[in-house]
Ligand binder design. Structure first.
Ligand SMILES: C[S@@+](CC[C@H](N)C(=O)[O-])C[C@H]1O[C@@H](n2cnc3c(N)ncnc32)[C@H](O)[C@@H]1O
Length: 255
């Protein structure tokens, strides 16, 4: 089966990201990476159960932490959490982020993979005040050259710098001239470690899938190292097909 069909067979609330929540340690890594501090007004777009808001307020002492989510139940769980922890500078809003006013933000955590959603947020992000840091995960904002990368965490600072090509943008994320199997594997592993659950039993499987996706995209964009398909990539493609009935080879464009 094609990888799309495999993904379609998984629970949709997970694949769409609707019920995906970052682990607490990922929040801490992101906040250290963005140097979140007492002068910041922090927004978490899609804040879920509010753990990120609590950590930003309690451990990083931000001036104000605002969580926005369009799921009523999640917002009420988040409100309880802030009450229990007696956090007074945390604000929770049940709202569509497309309609939210985020104009006073200095740091924003924005983990969305839905392209149309990302595109719709771009005008709002572009008009934020100078120096505002928008943290994305896995990829930068569309067409933008990131200011700092600690993969999978990416800092996009206002005013944005446009990338001259997708290749330039990709290479800036990976910090390399070209992508070989080792780079693809290392970055896939970093992503799995950062956002995966600590007791996940299927880390290796996820890393194999992610590294194939990274390498195949690099190849299709002309930024893979060399012209040959590396042997480990061939082996993993064949392993997925033989043992899991998942086909990824068709994703490779013809040379
Ligand atoms: C961490 S975000 C990331 C998921 C995201 N959909 C993705 O593509 O990876 C998930 C949270 O965003 C919330 N959410 C999804 N769409 C939203 C919207 N338009 N406005 C506000 N919150 C939203 C969900 O309720 C959930 O708590």
């Amino acid at each position: 089966m094609k990888i799309e069909d495999y993904l379609a067979s998984l629970p949709q609330s997970i694949i769409s990201g609707q019920d995906v929540q970052l682990p607490d340690n990922a929040f801490r890594e992101i906040f250290r990476f963005s140097q979140l501090n007492k002068n910041d007004v922090f927004y978490h777009l899609g804040c879920g159960n509010g753990n990120g808001i609590a950590i930003a307020a309690e451990e990083f002492g931000v001036k104000k932490a605002v969580g926005i989510d369009n799921d009523k139940e999640k917002i009420s769980i988040a409100k309880k959490l802030l009450e229990e922890k007696k956090i007074s500078n945390g604000i929770l809003q049940c709202q569509d982020i497309l309609e939210s006013d985020i104009s006073d933000a200095s740091v924003i955590l924005f983990w969305f993979s839905d392209q149309s959603m990302i595109e719709k947020m771009m005008p709002k992000f572009s008009s934020l005040k100078e120096g505002c840091r928008i943290i994305t995960i896995w990829g930068p904002l569309p067409g933008i050259l990131p200011d700092m990368v600690d993969f999978p965490y990416i800092l996009n600072m206002v005013p944005f710098k446009n990338a001259s090509s997708l290749q330039e943008q990709l290479l800036s994320v990976f910090g390399t001239d070209c992508i070989d199997f080792v780079v693809a594997w290392e970055f896939a592993e970093r992503y799995t470690r950062a956002v995966g659950s600590p007791d996940a039993g299927n880390d290796r499987f996820l890393t194999i899938l992610q590294s194939l996706v990274i390498w195949i995209n690099a190849k299709n964009l002309g930024v893979a190292c060399g012209h040959e398909i590396p042997i480990p990539i061939k082996n993993y493609i064949s392993l997925l097909r033989t043992y899991f009935n998942i086909d990824v080879e068709y994703l490779l464009n013809e040379d």
